[in-house]
Design a protein around this ligand. Sequence first.
Ligand code: ZN
Ligand code: ZN
Length: 366
Amino acid sequence: MEIQAAVLEGVGQPHRVRTVTLAPPKAGEVLVKIVATGLCASDVNAIDGKRTLVPFPAVLGHEAAGVVAEVGAGVTSVSVGDHVVLSIVPSCGTCSWCSQGITNFCSTAGNAMGDGTLFDGTRRLSMDGQPLHHFLTVSSFAEYAVVPASGVVRIPEQMPLDRAALLSCAVLTGFGSVVNTAKVRPGSSVAVFGCGGVGLNIVQGARIAGADRIVAVDVTAEKLQIARSLGATDVIDASIDDPVTAIKDLVGGVDYAFEALGREATIQQAWRTVAPRGELVLVGLMAHGATLTVDAGPFVNEQAIKGCYFGSSDLTQDVPRLVDLYLTGDLKLDELIGQRIGLADLDSAVGALRRGEGVRSVITFD
Ligand SMILES: [Zn+2]
Ligand SMILES: [Zn+2]
């Protein structure tokens, strides 16, 4: 089929909305009509070459929700007409990681993402007879996407699809880092460095997990105000106050610090706010090849630094739980959407995200 998609030729290039060809789903794949797709920092990292993984030319976009339009042979998990959340952590079910139940580490998916293909090593996207690369097996900056069936999760129809799109990446990552990776205990204290799409969901994840003190740190007043509405008990504007001193004054040290920016300087700050026996969770992705220097002193206090990929999420358990939390009013998503835009406005939203302005931009299709 012929569809409109935002094509990126290479690092630093502008998106061009073009007519591209999308081949039908093969066995184990589904065709999804994209209804909404968020713009995430990982898309911008790919555009800027911060992570070198992405082969070009490609169609980016990965934080999406839509409606199943066709299923390939053997697909029984979803049917045509089902509303679904798409995901960058599909799983093959048979590799050594999947066999252990650690599906977010699926090596089949990892290899496909590195090659810009789907699981069988081939591509469904092409333009003018030349193949285009898939991005993280999703490629949702397009009217339709062909994705692995394990990369979609059915959701109830009362869940609005533009808000469901946010579950796909920002919410699963942020909420998951609190609930799955750190397993934040009720009554504990939490600091969150960086209140973008992921950081704000760390804040509300901490609230839902029952944290007592939740200190949000950012450099923009708008994001700190949203952080407060999502459950932050204290906010620190790091453009005015030193966050380390401010957090020590407020709570002494925190049981859990989360860094959602992937920057060495803020990781170092976050590490200095952790209390003895507490931990720092690195949620933000650092640039490919980056190194990190931290003060070694706190290790004697049994402080720990923990990595996190995609909130250690298990889609089949976490997506239904998040939908329930939204529908009962505990999980707030409406506040997270800054603007709804069309594909043609993608690059201006990329610029705003790069500058750290505003909250989530969601691309919607009629
Ligand atoms: Zn993302
Ligand atoms: Zn696997």
